[in-house]
Design a protein around this ligand. Structure first.
Ligand SMILES: C[S@@+](CC[C@H](N)C(=O)[O-])C[C@H]1O[C@@H](n2cnc3c(N)ncnc32)[C@H](O)[C@@H]1O
Length: 206
């Protein structure tokens, strides 16, 4: 298929997509917001007053959902390479999370008390070269895990995007060593043809 035809069919599919339509209607910045809403409906991720870290936050759907759930007494700290238009209740750092200085700024903003929930929806730009795309996706997942291990409060929660593949079982085992429970979730809003899944880990250090 030519690139033009491919783009047109992608556009059509997107226009038909009920989550894209709902997001437009309700003011969510992304269809991805519905993935977090569905995870939260099932697993009750947030409490009022929680401190939440959102890695790979742009354009901001997950941050919008988290800010509403933690209410004014909580905090949402968001990071992305791309800019993020301001969202009430969300503190934002723009930068590449793989740069140690960016994680350092986030740590400083969080302070010693740490986070109740760390979530990462980070995904690399797809180059089409399978091995390198997988390696970059894995690097992002692992960097989110390492950061979570530093800043999550005892009993805290982790939600991290990962992809089906060779490394998934190993990642899951690694997460299980640090948390009381780990499950794999595939919210309905996550497209079947995407190999993305979310690891949901609860009870850090318990
Ligand atoms: C699927 S989108 C996130 C959508 C978001 N959860 C929402 O609801 O709007 C993935 C994001 O990860 C970001 N990202 C990828 N690699 C990153 C990195 N190394 N540092 C910071 N952000 C990164 C991308 O810029 C992109 O905005």
């Amino acid at each position: 298929m030519s690139r033009g035809r491919h783009n047109r069919s992608w556009l059509k599919e997107r226009q038909r997509d009920k989550y894209v339509q709902s997001a437009r209607r309700t003011g969510y910045r992304s269809r991805a917001a519905y993935k977090l809403i569905q995870l939260d409906e099932r697993d009750h991720l947030f409490r009022s007053g929680d401190v939440v870290v959102d890695l790979g936050a742009a354009p901001g759907g997950w941050s919008q959902v988290a800010a509403a759930r933690v209410t004014d007494s909580g905090r949402v700290l968001a990071v992305d390479r791309l800019p993020l238009k301001p969202i009430k209740g969300v503190e934002f750092i723009q930068g590449d999370f793989l740069e140690p200085s960016v994680a350092g700024r986030l740590r400083a903003l969080l302070g010693a008390a740490g986070a109740d929930v760390v979530m990462s929806d980070m995904a690399p730009n797809i180059s089409g070269i399978r091995d390198s795309d997988q390696a970059r996706a894995l690097e992002l997942t692992l960097s989110a895990l390492a950061f979570a291990d530093e800043v999550i409060r005892p009993s805290g929660t982790l939600v991290v995007k990962a992809f089906h593949g060779d490394a998934l079982e190993e990642i899951r085992r690694e997460v299980r060593r640090k948390f009381a429970s780990v499950v794999v979730r595939k919210p309905v809003a996550s497209k079947d043809k995407s190999s993305e899944i979310y690891l949901l880990a609860r009870g850090y250090g318990v």
